[in-house]
Design a protein. Structure first.
Length: 308
């Protein structure tokens, strides 16, 4: 529906002002903070996307995915029997089989997500992107994080962008598809809104801010614009699309702020792993440190959280 796209205008100064206010929000304390942090853990896509990934570090990542917080800390919070795990494990297509087999052997049902479609640049032919998606699904990935061709946004080729994402959605089959917009490379907040809308119209289950490889990744102005697009799309169609900020989210305080922003913009029903994810590789370490401090009253030493 190009009528939606042609009328879009984003009031950038207003968005930036709102984003600055978000940074000043007071964070929650005590048991409330621990509760928010455990909620954040269940929404993390625990990620390793390095050129030197091996079966062994994927095995280690999967172990951490199943046991994100030390068992004694969860017992102290009376949360040891609540089945707290991360939302998904995210790897490159060549490591999907390692992750699937490890999680299966561990007896847990955490989904494996795989980046595909020419990640992170998107500068590969569409045929190659579709083949990569199909292979990742064949290897056992239940979620696919695709990346769009930024050139189609920058040149205003919205119908071509729609068709590319639609074909990727078709290639995913039963797997959930998260569409990475690479917002730091789209040129304007208006383009972010338009690309969000096109991605949702084409069937995306989630829209995601960044690959984590760009200079600018998840920021609050971009998050606000994308969530407003999700809200408008829900009002117009009745379809709930998930949101995933990714890249540069490293502290427990940032994670809580993102959760609060989602609650404010989209509502409590979006605060589930089905509709909200945090893309992160090092965030879990800081969350576990904060929970350790909450339980023990002292800061964790390096060996206290060795698997972090």
């Amino acid at each position: 529906e190009l009528g939606w796209i042609s009328k879009v205008h984003v009031n950038r100064p207003a968005v930036v002002r709102h984003a600055e206010q978000i940074k000043k929000w007071r964070t929650v304390k005590g048991n409330w903070q621990a509760a928010w942090l455990l909620k954040a853990v269940t929404c993390i896509d625990l990620t390793t996307l390095s050129g030197d990934d091996t079966p062994s570090n994927v095995h280690r990542l999967c172990f951490k995915a199943k046991h994100p917080i030390r068992e004694d800390l969860l017992k102290a919070l009376d949360m040891h029997d609540k089945g707290i795990t991360v939302g998904a494990v995210c790897v490159y297509p060549t490591r999907v089989t390692d992750a699937v087999n490890t999680l299966k052997a561990a007896g847990c049902n955490i989904p494996v997500a795989s980046v595909a479609a020419g990640f992170p640049s998107g500068q590969t032919p569409l045929e190659t992107k579709l083949a990569e998606i199909k292979l990742a699904v064949e290897y056992g990935a239940r979620e696919i994080d695709i990346v769009i061709s930024r050139s189609l946004v920058l040149s205003g080729q919205w119908e071509s962008l729609y068709e590319e994402i639609r074909q990727c959605r078709e290639a995913c089959g039963e797997a959930h598809m998260k569409t990475i917009l690479a917002t730091g490379e789209l040129g304007s907040l208006a383009n972010v809104y338009k690309a969000s809308m096109i991605a949702m119209m084409a069937g995306s289950d989630f829209i995601k801010t960044s690959t984590g490889k760009e200079v600018e990744n998840a920021t609050f102005p971009v998050g606000i614009v994308m969530m407003r697009a999700i809200r408008e799309f829900y009002w117009q169609t009745g379809n709930k699309v998930g949101f995933k900020p990714a890249g540069g989210i490293r502290t427990a305080k940032e994670a809580i702020t993102w959760l609060m922003l989602v609650k404010e913009e989209l509502g409590v029903e979006w605060l589930t792993p089905e509709l909200f994810r945090l893309g992160a590789s090092s965030l879990l370490e800081d969350i576990e440190k904060q929970i350790f401090y909450h339980v023990t009253g002292s800061y964790a030493l390096q060996h206290d959280l060795a698997m972090a």
